[in-house]
Design a protein around this ligand. Structure first.
Ligand code: DGL
Length: 268
C-alpha cells in the first residue's frame, strides 16, 4: 500500500480586514487538522471602495506577507480582491491561490436558477466578475446585482437584529426580491453575519448562497487530490496591520469563538 503523504505547512488566508474570519470559520469547521495563518489588512481597510490598481497592489503585499510564513496554499477571502485582482495574482505568484468568485459560481451550478441576485462591495459589483462567471457557467441566467455598503458597519457593530438592520436590508434587497431572484449570493465577507435578517427580508423561497462554505470544500478537495493535507490539530494565528479598537469582540462575532493568537504585522 502506498504511504500517505502529508504537508504540515499552514493555509494562508488574507482579507482587507477582519471580515475574512467568516471564511476562516468555515475552513476550520471542514478542515480541523489544518493550521491557518490569517492576515487582515486592518490598517488599510476598506478595499471595497478602492481602485482596481490599489486593490491589486495591496493584495500583492498581503500575499508576500503570507509567503514569509511558508503557507502551502493561499485563500483570498476578500471578495473585492477576488473579483478585481485574482487573475493578476495567480499569474504572478507560484503558489495555488483560491478566490471567492468560483466558489459562489460552483454553489449555484446545476440548480437551474433562472434569476440570481448578487450583493457585494462597490469594487466587487462594479468589476462585473460574478456576472461574467455566472453567465459563462450557467448560460442564460439573469443576474441582478447591487452594493450594500451599510451591511459592513452593521456587521462590525454586531448590529445584526432589530429594526435598523431590518430596514437597511429591506431597502437593499426588496428590489431584488421584486425582480424574482431564486437565489442570493452573499458576495462579501461581512454579510454572513447578517444572515438571519437577510433571510427574513428575502423569504424562504430565495436560497442564500454563502461562498465561504463552498470554498472550504474546494480547499479540502484540492489538498486531498494533491497530497497536501495536514495531520493533527490545526491552529489559527492572526496577523493584522493594525489592531483596531474593539477588535476582539468583532473578531469573536465573525469567527464564532474568542480569538487568541493575535500579532501585529508591521510593515515599513
Ligand atoms: N472584505 C471585503 C470584501 O469581501 C469587505 C470590506 C472591504 O471593503 O474591504 O469585499
Amino acid at each position: 500500500m502506498r504511504e500517505h503523504i502529508y504537508n504540515q505547512n499552514p493555509i494562508g488566508v488574507f482579507d482587507s480586514g477582519i471580515g475574512g474570519l467568516t471564511v476562516v470559520r468555515e475552513i476550520r469547521k471542514k478542515l480541523p487538522n489544518e493550521s491557518i495563518i490569517y492576515f487582515g489588512d486592518t490598517a488599510r481597510v476598506p478595499y471595497g471602495t478602492k481602485s482596481r490598481e490599489t486593490i491589486i497592489k495591496f493584495a500583492r503585499e498581503d500575499i508576500k506577507f503570507l509567503l514569509t510564513h511558508n503557507v502551502k496554499i493561499i485563500v483570498s477571502a476578500c471578495f473585492s480582491v477576488s473579483s478585481n485582482a485574482l487573475p493578476n495574482l495567480v499569474s504572478e505568484f507560484d503558489i495555488p491561490i483560491i478566490g471567492m468568485i468560483s466558489p459562489g459560481v460552483e454553489a449555484v451550478k446545476g440548480k437551474s436558477y433562472k434569476s440570481i441576485g448578487v450583493i457585494g462591495t462597490q469594487a466587487t459589483i462594479e468589476s462585473g466578475m460574478f456576472e461574467k462567471k455566472l453567465k459563462e457557467s450557467l448560460g442564460t441566467v439573469r443576474i441582478h446585482s447591487r452594493t450594500c455598503p451599510l451591511f459592513v458597519p452593521l456587521a462590525e457593530e454586531g448590529w445584526n437584529r432589530g429594526r435598523v438592520p431590518h430596514l437597511v436590508a429591506e431597502e437593499y434587497l426588496s428590489p431584488l426580491v421584486k425582480k424574482g431572484i431564486a437565489a442570493l449570493i452573499l458576495g462579501c465577507t461581512h454579510y454572513p453575519i447578517l444572515y438571519s435578517v437577510i433571510k427574513k427580508v428575502i423569504g424562504n423561497e430565495v436560497d442564500i448562497i454563502e461562498p465561504g462554505k463552498v470554498v472550504a470544500n474546494m480547499i479540502k478537495d484540492f489538498l486531498r487530490e494533491n497530497c497536501m493535507e495536514s495531520q493533527g490539530n490545526g491552529s489559527l494565528k492572526i496577523f493584522l496591520s493594525d489592531i483596531p479598537r474593539g477588535f476582539t469582540s468583532v473578531a469573536k462575532n465573525f469567527l464564532g469563538h474568542p480569538v487568541e493568537d493575535i500579532h501585529l504585522a508591521l510593515s515599513e
